[in-house]
Design a protein around this ligand. Structure first.
Ligand code: GKR
Ligand code: MG
Length: 434
């Protein structure tokens, strides 16, 4: 099997005004979509980070890709994930996800790997999860992912979207948002994006969530490093009960050293809430120190920047070896990514939490998967009964996404600029803010 065509499509999709410690989501989020077509007309697809830089990095591979067998391509490109910053160097940074220059190669490799695996899987009529080692589950659990948000559903001008969830800038509104997500998608877990309002309000929000959802729903909070060590300890103590029972405290503070100090001080108070991270641990090179310092007890994997699905499986085994849990990180994405996340999750035995997904924040109007939105029912995505990822591209929708991309001025995610534009002209990301 040889690859005869390689197409890269830059698209935009509406995104609601969600808040995090990075700032405010822009009215459109960006994605790149890869198509690899074999000589016999089968097309493998992948979805990855958006904007110009990822597209240019993919384009730079063109001469390696054309005429190559997809199996061989994965091996030929392996140095992109096995050496340099993507290999064993530490890559921890505090950039917006997808903008960390140190894992750029790992992100590019991942998109190629997903498209190759989809192409191979479609050609052999084997689902990707079985191709990469065999599924251990047929359906994958995802969490509700509530955000504080301003009013609005994303988009601009005559492309404004309706605001499905409404404003959420208080504990009560946030609880209503979660209730709506639970009712609509059947989620059983909550990953709550904090680091936005005063920590006392965020503590209150979690307490109200616990009251609303009862004692059995795992709750997590992720302020993306917005807190000092002292504040992290204070919140960890205040939420000791709420974050137990399958929950965790994710990236409360910056750096492995900071996380280790929080862990030590919480343990000294008898609080064993696990600390999770997708900021202080973003590469294999971060793991030895994270383990040595007991800074992180749960790693969030993400095939989009950990170097692909097979690297995530290696990460899972490493986590299991060192007694760490494994969860899954997400960024704004469409259905092709959701299915890729589901396939790797299905083929990863040591996955100890429901995965994150931003998917409910996107609308069917932007979906590029043939047949519309990928269903999430009972909080789960079921692995489709078809080869590869189990989905085809809807080319009309893809064209729409490309036209949107051409219309908008920005070419990379910039939550800080959006925050300055709409909320506070003097806003700066401060780590820690509290
Ligand atoms: O979408 O604003 C966001 C999130 O803050 C996202 O960018 C983070 O990467 O979901 C993410 C996380 O868990 O840190
Ligand atoms: Mg996180």
């Amino acid at each position: 099997m040889r690859i005869k065509d390689f197409r890269i499509h830059s698209i935009a999709m509406a995104d609601p005004p969600l808040r995090s410690s990075y700032g405010l989501h822009q009215p459109y989020a960006l994605r790149n979509v890869v198509e690899l077509e074999s000589e016999d007309g089968v097309v493998g697809i992948a979805e990855t980070y958006g904007g110009e830089e990822p597209a240019t990095a993919l384009e730079a591979l063109r001469e390696h890709v054309l005429g190559t067998d997809p199996w061989r391509l994965l091996g030929d490109l392996m140095p992109m994930v096995e050496s340099g910053a993507s290999g064993m160097d530490r890559s921890q940074t505090h950039h917006v996800p997808g903008e960390n220059p140190l894992d750029a190669d790992a992100r590019t490799y991942s998109a190629m790997e997903t498209a190759c695996l989809d192409l191979i899987g479609k050609s052999l009529e084997v689902p990707v999860c079985d191709l990469i080692g065999g599924r251990v589950r047929d359906a994958v659990n995802f969490s509700a992912y509530p955000f504080y948000k301003h009013a609005g559903g994303g988009g601009e001008g005559d492309d404004l979207r309706s605001d499905e969830y409404g404003e959420a800038l208080s504990p009560e509104q946030l609880v209503a948002q979660v209730r709506q997500m639970f009712d609509q998608y059947g989620f059983c877990d909550v990953k709550f994006k904090g680091g936005v309002l005063d920590p006392e309000i965020e503590i209150e929000t979690i307490k109200q969530l616990r009251q609303e959802l009862g004692p059995d729903v795992p709750l997590r909070i992720d302020p993306n490093c917005a807190w000092s060590v002292d504040t992290s300890v204070k919140v960890g103590l205040a939420l000791a009960e709420e974050l137990s029972n399958g929950g965790y405290l994710e990236d409360p503070t910056a750096s492995l050293e900071g996380m280790a100090e929080v862990r030590k001080r919480l343990l000294a108070e008898g609080v064993d809430t696990p600390l999770a991270s997708n900021v202080s641990v973003t590469s294999f090179g971060d793991l030895p120190e994270a383990v040595r310092l007991d800074a992180v007890q749960v790693v969030l994997c993400d095939h989009h920047y950990w170097g692909g699905m097979r690297q995530v499986q290696r990460l899972a085994k490493t986590c299991q070896t060192f007694g760490l849990g494994l969860s899954m990180h997400s960024n704004s994405h469409l259905g092709i990514s959701l299915l890729a996340m589901s396939h790797v999750a299905a083929a990863t035995p040591h996955l100890t939490y429901a995965c994150d997904t931003h998917y409910p924040w996107q609308t069917e109007r932007d979906e590029i998967a043939m047949g519309g939105c990928v269903p999430i029912e009972d909080g789960q995505v079921v692995i489709p009964d078809a080869g590869g990822l189990g989905v085809e591209l809807d080319h009309d929708q893809l064209e729409r996404g490309k036209e949107l991309y051409e219309k908008i001025p920005y070419r990379k995610r910039d939550d800080a600029a959006e925050m300055q534009k709409y909320v506070d002209p003097n806003w700066k990301r401060l780590l820690p803010r509290w």
